[in-house]
Design a protein around this ligand. Structure first.
Ligand code: NAP
Length: 493
């Protein structure tokens, strides 16, 4: 049969757009990007809570082939990322391929037709020879199951569904969660709300953010002389790479760096919070690196404001206008902010049911066996399928290194398909197993397994206790392998 499209990409964020650009460069123009939201940009379209910004320098957190000389700050605010996504979509003429408000509900390999049948909300079907999922890692918001939460009569806002029109001033606000999102949001809420109670279950390490505005003159220089920006990017990328490879992946050899970062965070805390009891509550008891590091110059200080209260006693229940902790303390509130993050392991890997050869259900198979994906992109028994947000795929600290190495993988794989005049690819079981053995072996040196991560409740760990998100190699290795993986790792028909 002739499918509707050669390639269907699910997700119109930076991952999906990167994949679309890779296919366009191969001359494949029969493309569709299916996006559940009403516009492009993924995370940077969905998230618009106050304080949102990148936590990786913008020169690195962008496509290397599409530098943006106009970032206003070293760490650009969220709306600039959204504008950058729009710019990329326009420049690479991607919008014409995008279908918004199109939530994919399932995909199934059609053996007879040798294509994917993709069902979208409402029941319509799209067929494509190749399926690529670029649904992101942090795209399924987690709402905690706290007794009584449904009875709360005030305003509830998850950070991933921010209500820009809602006025915080004069409100008695509670925020649950102290992850990277809360670290950005709490200083803003502290300034706006009448009272802010922060419910912290696990404290987070916070180091100073070396942020600054990028002067107009430097932006003009970057625009005139792209090599200058490339040099700045190379410096930022090298520093991030060093942090990732040493402190995270080679904890066995470099734990002194983790200890140094924790000392820096403690000093930062001492500098901003004079009260030792408050400092104790804000100090983590797990190693730096178990969770994604956070950066802020205003988070700790926010807790010294008279209208901000840190609550570390567990929440017992939520009533129509209060939160009650296990010590019986009731705090009256009218606004509940959920900075409770995302569900990765139960519902995001993958983001919708995907049935491969013989009806194998990808999510169920991952959960029943182990989370795995050859080179972070391919899975045996799932022909013509590439999963971009997958186990062991996240390479380096900037998502763009992941995206661009995957773009290279696509290029090499599809060039080979074309050379063989083949239509179907499938990674071999042997290649998949060898990759899994290699990455799990390498993780043995990482902070995740050698560090003290027990109390961290880090989302890097799955339900089997495996830290199966990060690819435990340098980004140089990831790029090299994406360009040189053995072509015999796939079977072609
Ligand atoms: P997160 O790191 O998963 O944090 C969720 C928070 O909610 C944690 O403090 C968690 O406590 C708490 N929580 C969840 N359920 C709870 C419950 N039932 N009771 C009490 N507390 C509960 O999520 P996030 O802050 O949204 O950040 C997720 C990731 O997004 C970050 O790691 C980062 O990669 C990314 N991010 C990036 C940026 C950026 O600048 N680029 C900004 C924000 C986020 P426990 O720790 O105890 O589970």
């Amino acid at each position: 049969m002739t499918p509707d499209y050669e390639v269907a990409i699910v997700g119109a964020g930076f991952g999906g757009m990167g994949a679309a650009i890779a296919f366009q460069r191969l001359g494949i123009t029969s493309l569709v990007l299916l996006e559940r939201e009403d516009d492009l940009g993924g995370t940077w379209h969905v998230n618009h809570y106050p304080g949102l910004a990148v936590d990786i320098p913008s020169m690195t957190y962008s496509y290397s082939f599409e530098p943006n000389p106009y970032w206003s700050r070293l760490f650009a605010p969220g709306e600039e990322l959204k504008r950058y996504a729009e710019h990329v979509a326009t420049k690479y003429d991607l919008r014409k391929h995008m279908r918004f408000n199109t939530a994919v509900e399932g995909a199934c390999w059609d053996e007879a037709g040798q294509c994917w049948r993709i069902t979208v909300a409402g029941g319509a079907q799209v067929t494509a020879r190749y399926l690529v999922t670029a649904t992101g890692f942090l795209s399924q918001p987690h709402t905690p199951e706290i007794p009584g939460i449904d009875t709360f009569a005030g305003k509830v806002i998850h950070t991933a569904a921010w209500d820009d029109a809602y006025e915080m001033s004069g409100r008695r606000v509670a925020i649950i969660g102290t992850g990277a999102t809360a670290v950005q949001l709490i200083p803003k809420l502290a300034r706006a709300a009448a009272e802010l109670t922060v419910y912290q279950r696990t404290p987070i390490w916070v180091v100073p953010k070396l942020d600054s505005a990028i002067p107009q003159g430097m932006r003009a220089l970057f625009a005139r002389l792209p090599i200058a920006q490339r040099a700045a990017r190379a410096i930022c990328t090298s520093v991030l790479e060093l942090m990732m490879v040493s402190a995270v992946l080679h904890f066995r050899q470099a734990k002194v760096l983790n200890a140094g970062a924790a000392r820096l965070a403690r000093r930062h805390l001492r500098h901003q919070v004079p009260d030792p009891a408050l400092r104790r509550k804000l100090t983590p008891d797990y190693d730096f690196g178990c969770k994604r590091p956070t950066f802020s110059n205003s988070y700790y200080r926010a807790f010294t404001r008279p209208n901000v209260h840190l609550e570390t006693t567990a929440i017992e229940r939520i009533g129509p206008a209060e939160i009650v902790t296990s010590d019986g303390l009731s705090t009256p509130i009218d606004t509940l902010v959920l900075a409770t993050g995302f569900n990765i392991w139960d519902i995001n890997f993958p983001a919708f049911p995907i049935l491969g050869r013989g009806g194998r259900n990808l999510g169920q198979w991952w959960r029943d066996t182990r989370f795995q994906a050859y080179e972070g992109v391919a899975v045996p028994e799932f022909p013509n399928y590439l999963t971009l947000a997958s186990p062991y795929s996240y390479s380096g600290l900037s998502y763009f290194t992941t995206i661009e190495s995957q773009m290279r993988h696509i290029r090499r794989l599809f060039t080979e398909l074309r050379r063989r005049d083949a239509r179907t690819f499938e990674v071999t079981q042997d290649a998949n197993d060898a990759f899994l053995d290699r990455v799990t072996g390498k993780l043995g040196d990482s902070v995740f397994y050698l560090g003290n991560c027990a109390g961290s409740r880090s989302y890097y760990f799955n339900q089997h206790g495996e830290a199966a998100i990060l690819r435990p190699t340098s980004t140089i290795n990831a790029f090299r392998e994406a360009s040189r993986f053995s072509l015999h790792d796939y079977a072609y028909t």
